[in-house]
Ligand binder design. Structure first.
Ligand code: GLN
Length: 239
């Protein structure tokens, strides 16, 4: 009997040791979805993927990188999952798979606090900033630059921390970024939100196209969290 117990424990240990650890890529200057607090990456997305992992029996470890490196890293197999408040769009869906959507968001226009600038900041010779490779960046290019509405410079940033510092220092006239994140920055930085762009974007978790089993598992996990109410609890913690 004792022997059986020892053997079972041993087998259990092996099973746990084999429990797969997936590398999760994110860009941690995007509160409340992912940000660094006391040296640790935390946020809504972080809790969400951890809860999915727990529900589905795998482990995760986070890798912080620039937003525009996330998809290339996923395609090359350096990471297994991307959760980064990433909008599902056609261009991205050609190279990676997306989970079912878990959030919807619009873009907003942010200026320096008390600068008196309004939405017209998007016109003419102003400089407008965004994080490289984001949908905000794409929107500026397609809707402002290509149409000739904006004749000034487009400034692309690796991180939003840098972008907001540049905005406060008047090195850029406005930033375009996801509304929930703009709201969060507006709480503790000297910036004003002056406009909303209704883009109706949906966020999804991205997975390598060769890993359909993981895609299915993530969608299963997401559904379990919706059904159990755990997803709502995570929402309540960050919003
Ligand atoms: N939702 C935007 C996008 O997918 C921004 C994401 C981000 O900056 N982390 O491009």
């Amino acid at each position: 009997m004792k022997k059986l117990l020892v053997v079972s424990l041993f087998v259990l240990c092996i099973v746990f040791a084999l429990g797969k650890t997936y590398k999760v890529g994110t860009e941690a200057t995007f509160p409340p979805f992912e940000y660094v607090e006391n040296g640790e990456i935390v946020g809504f997305d972080v809790d969400l993927i951890k809860a999915i992992a727990e529900a589905e029996g795998f482990d995760v470890e986070f890798v912080d990188m620039s937003f525009d490196s996330l998809i290339p890293a996923l395609v090359s197999g350096n990471i297994d999952i991307v959760i980064a408040a990433m909008t599902i769009n056609e261009e991205r869906a050609e190279v990676v798979d997306f989970s079912d959507p878990y959030w919807t968001a619009n873009q907003s226009v942010v200026v320096k606090g008390g600068s008196g600038k309004g939405l017209t900041v998007l016109f003419g010779d102003n400089s407008i900033g965004a994080q490289t490779g984001t949908t905000g960046d794409l929107w500026i290019e397609e809707e402002l630059q290509n149409t000739g509405i904006l004749t000034g410079q487009v400034k692309r940033y690796e991180s939003f921390v840098l972008a907001f510092t540049d905005l406060e220092n008047e090195n850029v006239d406005a930033l375009v970024l996801d509304e929930p994140v703009a709201e969060r920055y507006a709480k503790d930085r000297n910036v004003d939100i002056v406009g909303l762009i209704l883009t109706n974007e949906e966020y999804g978790i991205a997975i390598n196209k060769d890993n359909k089993a993981l895609l299915e598992s993530i969608n299963n996990g997401l559904e379990k969290l919706e059904d159990s109410g755990e997803l709502l609890e995570i929402v309540g913690k960050y919003f």
